[in-house]
Design a protein around this ligand. Structure first.
Ligand code: SF4
Length: 260
């Protein structure tokens, strides 16, 4: 018996090996081939007017009364607060401005302010030397050129020390209710990119893109609403996508949760 078993073992034919390598065989499955030859559907345009309008509508629905978070009583105070808000939170600015405006309540008073004293009052907002110089310079320019009043046109606003397009847009939009442009701060920048409304990477270019894309009547509210949205939902790190009212139309690579 042991001899017979041994004979059977040695004479048994081996199953021939597949001549096509396994990987190659997988590559050519009918399903894969079909997928390969199938035409790709063109990706939907994220700047499609209907999608843009949906974004505007939902922002309006969720933030109907969004306004500027910087405390102010007039255009001058708003301009100063906005200059101070560069690289600083609105909360911090609101902590600093009551004492600043109490000590130097008008452009006339600020124009004569000792820089060291202004620096001390605004120190915690960061870049305080440059900001103090700009605020005093802005007050002096208002008195010299604009009768002590904050002007309303972009051209005039941009001649004021410390005022770039963002500050000019905040003042004209929030105080004068004139939509000269779109405020692009860190929240607007991040969210317009995540929603694929722009491919630009600088505030200046993003503003131009938004001005082309959005109806002018929406410029002022759009920024206020996006800023609130950016603070509450679409935060910089770990956006709260599970709670987001734009999740179904958002394809951002930063998403933390997705239904599609
Ligand atoms: S789904 Fe997420 S990433 Fe997209 S807009 Fe909403 S919070 Fe932002």
């Amino acid at each position: 018996m042991p001899a017979a078993r041994s004979l059977k073992k040695t004479t048994a034919k081996k199953t021939p090996r597949a001549t096509v390598p396994v990987r190659a065989a997988q590559k050519t499955t009918p399903a894969k081939a079909a997928r390969k030859t199938a035409k790709k559907r063109p990706a939907a345009d994220p700047t499609d007017p209907q999608r843009v309008q949906t974004i505007l509508d939902r922002l309006a629905q969720h933030y109907p009364n969004a306004v500027c978070a910087l405390h102010h009583k007039n255009a001058w105070e708003l301009m100063v607060a906005t200059i101070l808000s560069a690289q600083c939170t609105d909360v911090r600015v609101n902590m600093v401005t009551p004492a600043l405006f109490k000590r130097f309540p008008t452009p006339q008073a600020m124009a004569k302010a000792p820089q060291a004293e202004v620096e001390e009052l605004i120190r915690t907002t960061g870049f305080f030397r440059n900001k103090a110089k700009n605020i005093i310079g802005a007050a002096q320019r208002l008195i010299a050129e604009f009768g002590g009043k904050v002007p309303q046109t972009m051209e005039e606003l941009l001649t004021i020390p410390g005022v770039a397009r963002k500050t000019a847009n905040v003042v004209s939009g929030s105080w004068y209710k004139i939509g000269l442009g779109v405020v692009v701060d860190t929240h607007v920048m991040r969210i317009t990119q995540r929603l694929e409304l722009t491919k630009s990477t600088t505030p200046e270019k993003i503003e131009q893109d938004m001005m082309r894309l959005l109806p002018q009547a929406s410029w002022i509210d759009f920024s206020h609403r996006v800023i609130h949205f950016g603070r509450e939902i679409c935060v910089a790190r770990k956006p709260r996508c599970a709670d987001c009212f734009l999740e179904d139309i958002c394809n951002s690579k930063d998403k933390t949760w997705s239904t599609h």
